[in-house]
Ligand binder design. Structure first.
Ligand code: NAP
Length: 310
């Protein structure tokens, strides 16, 4: 017998909620978009609440929430939802600090709820094949090049320049979420250079170097000043060949040959995974991408560069 879909509320109706969450929930028979919570926005045909507390009190039938606001504000919303016994999906990064998310894990377990800290880039179609190819290999070099135009992708978003907004690590953490999913050996940050515009609280560019037990050269270059073609690539030289994962994990070339992938959308897969986690009573919280970012802010050498204005 078919089970009724989970009623879910979207909280924070901004760019990612509209671009990805609304269509992905609409395309998944396991979920029904039953409410929005937003200070400004709404979705046509869906009951809208101005604040989370009112929604939780008036709609006990809504068992899950997806939190789509910037990371600095996410913790208090997640605490409120978990305390009310609702399953919680967190946009990336899952919080402003690591300890916040540890506390959310504890609360989810205490209240018997699913907590899903999503990393959408891990759901890109070519990531599993890249992971399978790397498994068991000796890796000589891995280079991440993640360069995009902040004015094109984050027009007018002030929160990315505020502490906790991560600056160029907002896209960079997507690359690190792939790295930590596919790299077959332990890695830790060895050094970092962070370029902060003199008028901003977060970096516009970062160069990272990692160390691991095998002595591979593992580096990441993040830059938000890239005009023209945009680059979201990870290249690997291994003992048995060369791999290039590009387009943010959507395309894979091994030894010069494109590896065809079945079609699929990141957020459609995220919601399938959320349904599976709820059904099996589990949580999925992997903080390893955020650990590297926290290490970069701890260890990184700060370089002041020219001011940034939108
Ligand atoms: P956004 O459009 O700037 O903001 C999303 C919404 O969050 C806003 O519309 C606002 O909703 C709410 N919000 C903002 N500040 C808030 C605050 N202080 N307290 C409570 N709510 C607040 O951002 P976005 O691009 O959608 O990104 C949101 C999250 O998704 C980020 O963590 C980002 O890394 C992640 N993400 C974004 C993208 C992308 O392409 N943009 C892709 C993947 C992941 P209301 O006004 O409706 O309350």
């Amino acid at each position: 017998m078919a089970t009724a879909p989970h009623k879910i509320a979207l909280v924070g109706i901004g760019k990612i909620a509209r671009d990805q969450h609304v269509p992905s929930i609409g395309g998944n028979p396991d979920f029904e978009l039953a409410a929005t919570v937003s200070r400004h926005g709404s979705v046509e045909g869906v009951e809208a609440f101005p604040d989370l507390g009112t929604m939780l009190a008036k709609r006990p039938d809504i068992g899950a929430v997806a939190l789509c606001m910037p990371p600095q504000a996410r913790f208090s919303y997640a605490v409120e939802a978990l305390a009310a016994g609702r399953h919680v999906l967190l946009e990336k990064p899952p919080g402003a600090t690591l300890s916040e998310v540890h506390e959310l894990e504890r609360l989810a377990a205490q209240h018997g709820c699913t907590l899903f800290a999503t990393w959408h880039s891990r759901f890109a179609v070519a990531v599993p094949a890249a992971k399978a190819w790397l498994a068991g290999k000796r890796i000589d070099r891995l280079a991440i090049i993640w360069k995009e135009d902040v004015r094109r992708w984050h027009p007018g978003q002030e929160w990315i320049w505020e502490p906790g907004g991560l600056g160029v690590f907002d896209p960079g953490i997507n690359a690190l979420s792939i790295l930590t999913a596919i790299y077959p050996h332990p890695l830790h940050l060895a050094s970092a250079d962070l370029s902060f515009p003199e008028n901003r609280g977060t970096p516009i560019a970062a160069s990272l170097r990692f160390a691991g037990p095998q002595g591979a050269e593992v580096t990441a270059e993040f830059d938000w000043r890239q005009e023209g073609p945009q680059t979201w690539d990870i290249e690997v030289d291994a003992d048995t060949g060369h791999m290039k994962l590009s387009a943010g994990g959507a395309s894979l070339v091994i030894d010069g040959e494109k590896v065809e992938q079945l079609p699929g959308r990141e957020y459609a897969r995220i919601y399938r995974r959320f349904a599976e986690l709820i059904r099996t009573g589990r949580s999925d919280v992997d903080l390893s991408p955020m650990v590297h970012v926290a290490d970069a802010f701890t260890l990184g050498r700060r370089i002041v560069v020219e001011p940034f204005e939108f």
